[in-house]
Design a protein around this ligand. Structure first.
Ligand SMILES: [Fe+2]
Length: 631
């Protein structure tokens, strides 16, 4: 356990000094550099103006301390080396190798590679963040890359371009799900069909599981090619640890069989830092502190922040958090209680004559009708509700007592303070755009009643699946369609909007997680003003939510039409493609191109731009008019 307390830097120093660690992690034998291979490629990331993190992993034949040399050059032939060094790795950090190359020039392309004995790693290409003279920056924005759902064609398509400087991964870089259908076999069936079954086969929940999962993903040639091609800026979402996680647990974590959530969380984070090219928190700081700001000259500040482990309160749960509808009854005559239907009646009664009664509803008509006959209520309660009757929830009370509670958060108090300070600093420094890299979607998306939208004949098969049936039924309440996104935390979202408005930020939110493409105009809940624009990317591979209802194109058309008309924030919705967003920024404009791949089921694919949106400073920036092109 003491190992978790030692950071990578201390460990590497100890390995290099060839001393046994005081905490007893083993007798560091002489560093060896023979017989180790590079099977997981190279990577770079967490760029600064004068520094960059370089990454690789070695696979030794037997347990040993391995010495690894690295070099960084100005040219792909490595004839002009500008930095080099020697580091070491060992089992304690899963043989991953991470170094920070510094004293570099801003906005400069570099090439790097590692050496271990006679073996040389494949070369990588990277760049530093640009300085104030930057004219243009090209970002590719991705999320949700489940290995089993398909080939990483989206990664390959980005790696093949020459207009992208930095890859922004908004999370779900790996998935913890199992390869069998027991428990969390999300994607298991597709994995079997494609020969891309998760390793290990069980749900990842311990350190060794997460490490093996990263190792599997990093043997993928397309992901390797993308890492070798450009630096990554990353943040985790939930699946790097467990589905729908929050500060003190996760929907997919069972303390009975999997033990303490905090142990699992720390194992997941340790593996994340081992396998991804980013700096680790300073000594003594908790592992979940990943919040950071990246400046692209005066063009944009990009904020990346944890939305899971620092301050998030538990998600709304339909099984425990819906408030019941209660009707006050006049019990003056205990033999014949009467529903109180007006306030005058209520006011003239003594308190002890009033009782709140749980109210069944007849839901067979246009809108749910409460049953107010007391004898009938008692009878329904006793015999159980027949088909067509339900205890319809009190949605107003559900909102006011639970959803809108200001103590519910996505960001910790300190994160909100950090965000405000960094945004104020960026705006006052004359930076054109403030980009929020949000793992989850920010827009307001009240559910349309999908039981009325989809004709039964269209979705007949999925109605036999209890999961989809339940999901459909719940849309009748009109609550947020995703309770795990910002929409499930409206007060926390409003606080972010207030930060943006107080500081006059020109804010673009880039978001992941939903497995669909969106373009949203974010409206302040109080005065309805547009406060920002959201470009939300689809998944690299993970299955879109509406695919649960089949593959009839009419399903997607109906969902897309309904969401754009029903939700004020939603201006564009694509429910059928996997892909990424290419974001090209200058000090005057922000151009988002939504790039889709036609398939993830074969290695051959085509890309197609399905939408293009442009904001310009002249037309009011992210709160102004938006130019849309949908081919
Ligand atoms: Fe995802």
């Amino acid at each position: 356990m003491a190992l978790m307390q030692i950071n990578r830097r201390q460990l590497v120093m100890a390995l290099l000094a060839n001393t046994a660690l005081a905490t007893g992690c083993g007798n560091a034998s002489r560093p060896r550099s023979d017989e180790a291979e590079f099977l997981h490629g190279v990577a770079s990331g967490d760029p600064g103006m004068d520094s960059i993190v370089l990454w690789t992993r070695v696979t030794p034949r037997e347990t040993a301390v391995i010495e690894v040399a690295w070099e960084l050059a100005e040219d792909p032939d490595f004839s002009k080396i500008v930095a080099h060094g020697i580091t070491a790795t060992a089992e304690e950090i899963d043989y991953t190798v991470k170094v920070v190359a510094d004293d570099l020039l801003p906005g400069t392309t570099y090439y790097y590679r590692f050496q271990c004995g006679a073996r040389t790693s494949p070369p990588g290409r990277t760049c530093t963040l640009p300085g104030a003279d930057a004219k243009r920056v090209g970002l590719a924005v991705v999320s949700c890359s489940h290995y089993s759902f398909g080939f990483f064609n989206v990664y390959r398509a980005i790696a093949a371009r020459d207009d992208i400087d930095v890859l922004v991964h908004l999370g779900d870089y790996i998935y913890e799900s199992s390869a069998d259908d027991s428990g969390s076999g999300y994607g298991a069936e597709q994995g079997r069909e494609l020969g891309r079954e998760h390793e290990p086969a069980h749900e990842a929940w311990q350190l060794g599981d997460y490490r093996a999962r990263y190792a599997q993903y990093r043997r993928d040639p397309d992901l390797q090619a993308l890492h070798a091609r450009m630096p990554f800026i990353t943040v985790w979402d939930d699946h790097e640890s467990a589905n729908d996680c929050w500060m003190h647990g996760a929907e997919a974590h069972d303390p009975q069989t999997q033990g303490s959530w905090y142990v699992r969380r720390d194992a997941a984070l340790k593996a994340y830092y081992e396998w991804l090219p980013l700096r680790e928190p300073d000594d003594g700081r908790p592992l979940w502190e990943i919040d950071r700001r990246y400046d692209f000259g005066r063009i944009a500040s990009l904020y990346m922040f944890d939305t899971r482990k620092s301050g998030r309160t538990r998600q709304f749960s339909y099984s425990t958090d819906l408030r019941e509808t209660l009707t006050p009854f006049d019990f003056s005559d205990p033999e014949r209680p009467v529903a109180i239907q007006d306030s005058e009646h209520l006011e003239r009664l003594p308190q002890d004559a009033i009782r709140q009664v749980r109210t069944p509803f007849d839901v067979r008509g246009e809108s749910p009708e409460p049953v107010l006959d007391y004898a009938r209520i008692v009878q329904l309660e006793r015999d159980g509700l027949p088909p067509g009757f339900e205890y319809w929830p009190d949605l107003e009370r559900t909102r006011s007592e639970f959803l809108d509670d200001p103590s519910r958060r996505i960001l910790a108090v300190e994160q909100e303070t950090w965000l405000e300070n960094e945004i104020a600093d960026s705006v006052s420094g004359g930076v054109a755009w403030q980009l929020l890299g949000s793992a989850v979607v920010m827009a307001s998306m009240p559910a349309p009643d999908y039981t009325q939208v989809f004709p039964e004949s269209l979705i007949a098969d999925s109605l036999r699946n209890p999961f989809t049936q339940r999901w459909l039924d719940r849309t009748r309440y009109g609550l947020p369609i995703s309770m795990d996104a910002w929409d499930g935390y409206p007060a926390a979202r409003q606080r972010v909007y207030e930060i943006l408005r107080r500081n006059d930020a020109d804010c673009i939110v880039i978001a992941g997680d939903s497995h669909n493409f969106w373009m949203n105009r974010l409206h302040d809940a109080v005065d309805g003003q547009v406060v920002a624009t959201e470009f939300a990317t689809s998944s690299v591979t993970s299955m879109g939510g509406y695919e649960w209802f089949g593959d009839d194109p009419r399903i997607f058309e109906l969902a897309e039409q309904t969401m754009t008309t029903h939700c004020e924030d939603v201006d564009f919705f694509d429910a059928r493609h996997r892909g990424c967003i290419l974001l090209e920024l200058t000090a005057d404009s922000a151009l988002a191109r939504y790039l889709a791949v036609d398939t993830i089921r074969t290695r051959e694919y085509q890309t197609r731009e399905i939408a293009r949106f442009e904001l310009t400073k002249q037309r009011g920036g992210a709160r102004g008019e938006l130019r849309t092109e949908i081919p």
